[in-house]
Design a protein around this ligand. Structure first.
Ligand code: NAD
Ligand code: 6OD
Length: 485
């Protein structure tokens, strides 16, 4: 990719008048200029998508769409190194993570929804009528039209394709608004779409910010039928408000303050390893990351000690080095927010078991946004560290005595995205996972995904579900056709 990241409209790159900087967070300096979409650019993207919905794309069969999605997946695989370089430059995440999670999952999203499309059927109902001939009721699924896809910066390609793939599978055209922090892979995907033979105008990208910029313009656009959004809960609320006048369909995957519950009967090695991964993967910047760990009192001290040992073994370093296990935070603003919590923890008497400050930058990465992996104990359940989403490499560990108490405290949250339960007692696993108020519960694992399952949060963690057939429920409009026989 050149030093200018362009929008992608109607099957080609689009330059715009205004520019903003794309900062590499490992270095803390701008590495690219990005074309910011103004109202006319957003409108051009929406109109291109509208035209595509009336053109050949509209007439493509499900089998043809599935084949195109598979070609897109192959295209991502073929350009894996370019996607990796772009994603690492935008996010600072270690190559060991991006090469195993982000980029392969970008391709897997297209394959998974293509497979779903190939195997889906339609429902029919035979209906009795007074004349005895009956009627046949068909349920067919039609695309919504133009879908706006608004994405965060933490898993840019993964989370964007998680929505683009089913939206296209269902026959829609999309206008994607990537995060202003991570614009590159969305534009690169435009090139892949073009080479794969996806019709012009089906996949469009507009770069920019939220309020007063491309994000809000897309949400307010009268010709956009639906918005699928991933990001902060408060942004989700603002989008709902802006989408209301044009009555758009909305799917919102929002913030979390996810608990892990570690019972004394758990395999402690597995629980410690699992909680280290769920706390520190992607520098804690995954909506599913654990930020509060409830540990049964008899194993609490041992667990905290071992978790701290593991945290100290995180290797901050060159994102391109395979030895690096933790990257920087995404931006200076975000680092200030996270370090604000680190300071607040100290000021309010939390025990800092390890970390608690900005980290020394690895050699050659002085300007980057590096913070220490951090573990706290000694705070009450109402503390901000227990209640507010921090989105950094940090967790608070709290002791509990019995199962009911653990569940009640895990549920004492405005959020309800996911929970990880660590136990070897099968009955308890079933009981607790049903009692936990979250959209997703993992037992003895974390972030193990099957893309056919429903994904989404309860309470302030989201509205609606995506994944498997639930994605098709969102991205397609069921229509009833009643044929009198
Ligand atoms: P964010 O809400 O700040 O931004 C997300 C996107 O929304 C960006 O593209 C941004 O430009 C755009 N945006 C901001 N304001 C807007 C507005 N008023 N109208 C339209 N668009 C607007 O979130 P972020 O900081 O990029 O991501 C981190 C957050 O995302 C965390 O809270 C995290 O928990 C959440 N998240 C949730 C999930 C999930 O699946 N539940 C997944 C990833 C991230
Ligand atoms: O894996 C997924 O499908 C998914 N939606 C992950 C969300 C991660 C949040 O940061």
């Amino acid at each position: 990719m050149t030093d200018l990241v362009r929008c992608f409209v109607d099957g080609k790159p689009r330059e715009t008048a205004r520019r903003f900087a794309d900062v590499n967070p490992a270095l803390g300096r701008a590495v690219k200029d990005v074309c910011e979409a103004a109202a006319e650019d957003v409108d051009a993207a929406v109109q291109a998508a509208k035209r595509a919905m009336k053109g050949p794309w509209r007439r493509r069969s499900a089998v043809e769409r599935a084949a195109l999605l598979e070609r897109v997946a192959d295209g991502i695989d073929a350009r894996r190194d370019e996607f990796l370089r772009a994603e690492i430059e935008d996010t600072g995440k270690p190559v060991g993570l991006a090469s195993v999670v982000d980029i392969p999952r970008g391709a897997a999203n297209f394959r998974a929804f293509a497979a779903q499309l190939r195997t889906m059927g339609e429902e029919t109902y035979t209906t009795a009528t007074d004349d005895g001939r009956g009627a046949l009721n068909l349920v067919v699924h039609e695309p919504l039209g133009v879908v706006g896809v608004i994405c965060p910066w933490n898993l840019p390609l993964l989370l964007m394709t998680w929505k683009v793939a089913p939206a296209l599978a269902a026959g829609n055209a999309v206008v994607v608004k990537p995060s202003e922090e991570t614009p590159q892979t969305a534009t690169l995907l435009g090139e892949v779409m073009k080479s794969a033979g996806v019709d012009d105008g089906v996949y469009n990208v507009v770069h920019g910010f939220g309020v007063g910029s491309a994000g809000q313009l897309l949400v307010q656009h009268p010709d956009v039928a639906a918005i699928t959004f991933t990001g902060e809960s408060k942004t989700g609320a603002a989008i709902m408000k802006d989408a209301a006048p044009t009555l758009k369909r909305l799917s919102s995957e929002l913030g979390g303050k996810n608990a892990a519950i570690v019972f004394a009967d758990a395999d402690l090695d597995a629980a410690v390893a699992g909680c280290l991964r769920s706390t520190f993967l992607n520098t804690g910047q995954i909506c599913l990351c654990t930020e509060r760990i409830y540990v049964q009192r008899s194993v609490y001290a041992a667990f905290v000690e071992r978790l701290a040992e593991g945290a100290k073994r995180r290797v901050l370093g060159d994102p391109q080095a395979t030895s690096t296990t933790m990257g920087p935070l995404i931006s200076e603003t975000h680092a200030k927010k996270v370090l604000g919590y680190y300071d607040r923890a100290q000021a309010t008497g939390a025990t800092v078991v390890t970390g608690g400050t900005a980290a020394a930058a690895p050699p050659g990465f002085d300007g980057g946004y590096w913070v220490e992996p951090t573990i706290w104990t000694g705070v009450g359940d109402g503390h901000a560290l227990v209640q507010e989403e921090i989105f950094g490499p940090c967790t608070v560990v709290l002791p509990f005595d019995d199962e009911d108490e653990a569940v009640a405290r895990a549920n004492d949250s405005d959020y309800g995205l996911c929970c990880a339960v660590w136990t070897q007692d099968l009955s308890r696993a079933h009981r607790v996972s049903r009692a936990v108020d979250a959209g997703l519960v993992w037992v003895n694992t974390w972030y193990l995904r099957d893309l056919r399952t429903p994904f989404g949060g309860k309470k302030r963690s989201g509205v609606g579900r995506e994944g498997g057939r639930w994605s098709f429920d969102f991205y397609a409009e069921p229509k009833n056709i009643c044929i009198k026989l």
